[in-house]
Design a protein around this ligand. Structure first.
Ligand code: GLN
Length: 454
């Protein structure tokens, strides 16, 4: 049914870069046989899933939205893909994204735009617009995204879906094409909070192949989601972040946010206002730290090892000139912009002024979170300041595009988990996202509070 749905609507939505019909049907058939034989299966066995194209999949093309990886077929599976396969979820295919996950609209993909299923003239968010649009358009009930600065949560917000960025280190990064290694985290995109909890538990947990993986079991996420469905939040302190509301936020977004707060209050939660003064600098620090790490991670795309290789048309064919020609043609403008920014910020003589200062701001943000979580069990804000904007609207203005990430970026800088769930429609008829943040390793709180709002 989902493959039929993809065939019917993906021409207009363009959520997928690759559809794996045969493999998906084979997995589904295999699950049927195992179920008929009485085998005990994972609760999500047989439920199809779409995977963001930044996650490597053995034998299935993986491009990360970039020309430079066109034609590359990975020889191995990411850990999270291994876990999905072992549990018997048919993988429908790979979803569109901003090139190397840089962007907030999916318009930086080298393979065309993805359209928001609510209004095809609008962006589906980014960088994981394909995964969110696939779930929002009923092409897939579950999807995998990655979130370095909001790329799971902001697309979820603007497509009316649920998206979760787990605690840093709680879902393996083995087999993710790295953007910024200290910020990247994979997580679920689904239609309900309980679905996210089930998928999060499946893909999460310790992995010795990721050196930053937390060697501890996850908290009981599914149990927390089930508990929340009763909507009793007595004793839960919900902190409203002063700095993440007001100026720059669309009135319809704020109206839905305040209604959700009232719902939490009527479920028994105590609402407190908390200030996180350094969040004002989070965006600036992020857009130094991310390009610095990205410029280093992307150095491996040199025309020698993976995908595209361009030889200079004139002159000697030296390694350096092949590299320059390949990177010149293979990378898009946003990727080049960030490589240049990052290389500059890391240069001798500039390191302390830029990268060093940004790392200090990062520490201050972590302290803001620590202080806020003394006063509140979870923190909340709108997920994004606006609803989905029009395709093309911010493409020529990188700063305007970056501003869409103000509310999502602090969580990545501190490594704490965050969930976005739908909180109704704004005056323009488009979905609004409500963000819940919890302390590191307390992802269960996201599910308890999120489920109470559903
Ligand atoms: N919009 C952010 C950026 O462009 C999000 C990146 C991400 O989470 N992958 O960096």
């Amino acid at each position: 049914a989902h493959l039929d749905r993809i065939a019917a609507v993906d021409g207009a939505v363009h959520a997928f870069l690759h559809v794996s019909d045969e493999a998906a049907l084979a997995t589904a058939a295999d699950v049927d046989v195992r179920r008929a034989a009485g085998e005990e299966l994972h609760p999500l066995a047989g439920v199809p899933i779409a995977v963001k194209d930044v996650v490597v999949t053995q034998g299935v093309p993986t491009t990360a939205g970039s020309r430079i990886l066109e034609g590359w077929v990975p020889p191995y599976d990411a850990t999270l893909v291994e876990r999905i396969k072992a549990a018997g979820l048919p993988i429908l295919g790979k979803t569109n994204m901003d090139e190397f996950a840089m962007g907030s609209s999916t318009e930086h993909s080298a393979y065309g735009n993805t359209h928001n299923p609510w209004d095809l003239d609008r962006i589906p968010g980014g960088s994981g617009g394909g995964s969110a649009a696939a779930v929002g358009a009923y092409e897939a009930p579950l999807a995998i995204g990655t979130d370095t600065g909001g790329s799971i949560r902001q697309p979820a917000a603007v497509t009316g879906t649920v998206g979760v960025k787990p605690t840093y280190g709680s879902v393996s990064r083995y087999g993710l094409i790295a953007l910024a290694s200290s910020l990247d985290q994979a997580g679920p995109v689904t239609r309900t909070v309980l679905d996210s909890a089930l998928l999060h538990e499946l893909i999460g947990g310790h992995d010795p192949r990721d050196s930053t993986s937390i060697p501890e079991p996850l908290p009981d996420l599914v149990g927390a989601a089930r508990l929340g469905a009763g909507a009793d939040l007595t004793g839960v302190r919900v902190g409203v972040i002063t700095e993440l509301q007001g100026e720059g936020y669309q009135p319809g977004v704020l109206a839905r946010f305040h209604e959700s707060l009232e719902l939490l209050q009527s479920a028994g939660a105590e609402i407190v206002e908390v200030s996180c003064p350094h969040f004002t600098y989070a965006l600036a620090a992020y857009y130094l730290i991310l390009p610095a790490e990205a410029s280093s991670n992307l150095a491996k795309f040199d025309g020698m090892r993976f995908g595209l290789r361009v030889e200079p048309t004139e002159g000697p064919v030296t390694a350096e000139r092949v590299m320059a020609a390949t990177r010149g043609q293979g990378f898009g403008d946003e990727v080049k912009r960030r490589i240049i920014l990052g290389t500059y910020a890391l240069s001798a003589g500039y390191y302390d002024a830029y990268y060093g200062s940004a790392q200090k701001v990062r520490t201050l943000i972590q302290r803001d979170f620590a202080a806020a979580f003394e006063r509140a069990d979870v923190l909340v804000s709108p997920t994004a300041p606006t609803t989905a904007f029009k395709l093309g609207e911010k493409l020529d203005d990188p700063l305007a595009m970056y501003l869409n990430d103000v509310a999502t970026i602090p969580a990545n800088l501190a490594g704490v988990p965050g969930l976005s769930l739908p909180s109704g429609l704004s005056d323009d008829g488009l979905p609004v996202g409500f963000q819940v943040l919890a302390p590191a390793k307390a992802d269960d709180r996201l599910y308890r509070v999120g489920a109470a709002l559903e």
